[in-house]
Unconditional design. Sequence first.
Length: 276
Amino acid sequence: MSFASFTVDVDRDVNEPRAGHVEGRCRGADGLRFSSTMDGLERLVRLLGDLDIKATFFWEGRAAEVLSADHDLKELMRGHEVAAHGYDHEDLTGHATGFRPSEEWADAIVGRSLSSLEAVFGTRPEGFRCPYLHIDEGVSRVLMRRGLRYDSTLFGEIGEGLRPYRLAGNLLEVPLAQCRDPRGRFLQSYLWPLHEGRRSPEDYDRLLSAHSEGLLVLADHSWHIAESLGGELSRDRAEREIENVRKVLQKALCMGHRFMTVSEYLSSCHVGEGKP
């Protein structure tokens, strides 16, 4: 049997880095907004309920605080795993913004993220995904010292197996997946290109069919169901986006992949001592 995990980043609408600033912002907006994030989140949770899939949601701390004022997020996440995704979608390595926080500052950011999510959801997260998908040795040390069980930021080649491996101390890396499509282009398990019209649901069959060892981690943004880089989507377009995700997940189920949360997988598998 092969295993898969559907993961969702829950953060501010259409987040993007700001040069010279640690915190992220909403594309084309002066302030913060979370309307598309919440719309997409509710649609994804309904879809996962229809398919009987338990997922892992990587929450930005501020998003959880803001949205919990008007929504019962604890009930919405019932049965799913809550993991962390920074507090203000911070660039912890400086790769995207050109501004790197000190290791002490990064530690404070991660600590605030974990505390805010524990306050909202009642449990302390075990996992972390770095904003902008950038992690380095300093950030790994921070996550390890904060007692996190795993990170899921880096990519692994699906043909080499997708087994978790130790990143720093007891901190595990649970990699996302990538391979080459028939034209030689990278095909990654993040569904961003699907929502921007650059991939079709059928394109992901190549990833799904190649997976056999370890955990296939699929990833999405909740806001991407209701908004693209070009602006907010119509209701009909949002329904098409959720249907595209449904097609990918249903195909995975038809291929025999068993879905579970990342933490559930780690609790049930043998973890190697080094990178596969």
